[in-house]
Design a protein around this ligand. Structure first.
Ligand SMILES: [Zn+2]
Length: 367
């Protein structure tokens, strides 16, 4: 009797667990479908970081370049092995070295935009790093021609809009940034603004105050990376707001460490482009930390968005995947998912009439 009773209980418990697992799988499938169906903007993705390992091999072959990696698996292994910023940038610069012609630039951007569209990204503000190309002998005109050809192709072939933000590298000189800013004048009407990326240096952000003042005087808007948990991060955030006069901060998670900064970001309507990019299997604890920050920012009603940063180096994870990852980690309500999509258009550098159209599309899809 006793054994039969225990057996019955075990069966009941197993049945309950199976029901729960089925329910959570159904919940996940429904949430995924909901996230994918909502129109979204992406505001923090680096053109150079969208190159997938397979595409890298294809371009290396086409351009008759030796390339350091023989297989896509070898590239991915190297990406997994590199844990620090230095090795990340090493892989980054090696991969982008195969992008050489106008057609290469167009293809890489179009490939990303097409993949992102499958997850509901209808509008993208894409960063690019001209210094990384001109320094290896690629003319600025080739970079712009390729990116603008991608803009036309994405619009005409699959109805996605992309605009560009020109980034300067924080580990390169002010003179080099100013030279690019002046040399790119013929294309200023074709870009939205300027940004700053690559490692955070000791003299950041003051070092770039003059460059940003000049960019603003030329009619360009301003954003800057403040990476996560960097030395002097709070001073960097304040400097970006007060000295660079940015409208957005890329990443910006450490805003949460300073109540005065939270208040300033809120009062000034500063957008935050957070990237919860790596999953638990890659760096334990990292997704949880970033997902909790997204949840907290939503609770504080900050203008937070979710972005993919460098999907080619992050297992190809796109905005939909990352929103789902955050949902799995901290649980997002439907209303919070809609808010994230709305925020992505609220802080986009769009004309007001276009913003209204996108916001209406979000509301319609969420009904
Ligand atoms: Zn970034």
């Amino acid at each position: 009797m006793k054994r039969t009773g225990l057996g019955l209980w075990a069966a009941v418990i197993a049945f309950a667990a199976a029901v729960q697992a089925a329910a959570s799988a159904a919940d996940e499938a429904a949430t995924k479908a909901f996230i994918w169906s909502i129109p979204k903007a992406e505001l923090h993705v680096h053109f150079e970081g969208t190159l997938e390992p397979e595409h890298y091999l294809e371009l290396a072959k086409r351009n008759s370049l030796p390339g350091r990696y023989a297989t896509a698996a070898a590239v991915r292994q190297r990406q997994r092995d590199g844990r620090d910023l230095k090795s990340f940038i090493e892989v980054y610069e090696e991969l982008l070295s195969v992008i050489r012609t106008e057609a290469d630039f167009r293809e890489v951007a179009v490939a990303h935009l097409r993949r992102a569209k499958a997850q509901g990204i209808v509008y993208t503000e894409m960063f690019f790093d001209p210094q990384m190309h001109t320094e290896r002998g690629i003319p600025l005109a080739t970079v712009f021609a390729g990116l603008l050809a991608a803009q036309a192709a994405a619009r005409n072939e699959f109805g996605v809009r992309v605009e560009y933000i020109m980034c300067f590298n924080r580990d390169r000189s002010v003179e080099s940034a100013l030279a690019i800013l002046e040399a790119s004048k013929p294309w200023h009407r074709r870009i939205l603004g300027v940004g700053l990326d690559n490692p955070e240096e000791k003299d950041f952000p003051r070092k770039f105050a003059g460059v940003f003042a000049r960019a603003r005087s030329l009619g360009l808007r301003a954003t800057s990376h403040c990476d996560v948990n960097q030395p002097n991060t709070l001073a960097h955030h304040w400097g970006c707001l007060d000295e660079l006069k940015v409208e957005r901060i890329d990443h910006g998670i450490n805003v949460l460490d300073d109540p005065a900064l939270i208040a300033a970001v809120k009062a000034r309507g500063i957008g935050l482009t957070v990237c919860p990019t790596l999953m638990e299997a890659d760096i334990p604890g990292r997704l949880e930390f970033r997902a909790k920050a997204v949840k907290r920012m939503l609770e504080l009603r900050l203008l937070v968005t979710i972005n993919s940063d460098d999907p080619g180096l992050m297992r190809g994870l796109l905005v939909g995947d990352l929103m789902l990852g955050v949902h799995r980690t901290v649980g997002l309500t439907k209303a919070e998912i809609v808010t994230l999509a709305e925020n992505s258009f609220r802080i986009a550098w769009l004309p007001e009439a276009d913003r209204a159209v996108y916001l209406a599309a979000v509301r319609e899809a969420a009904r």
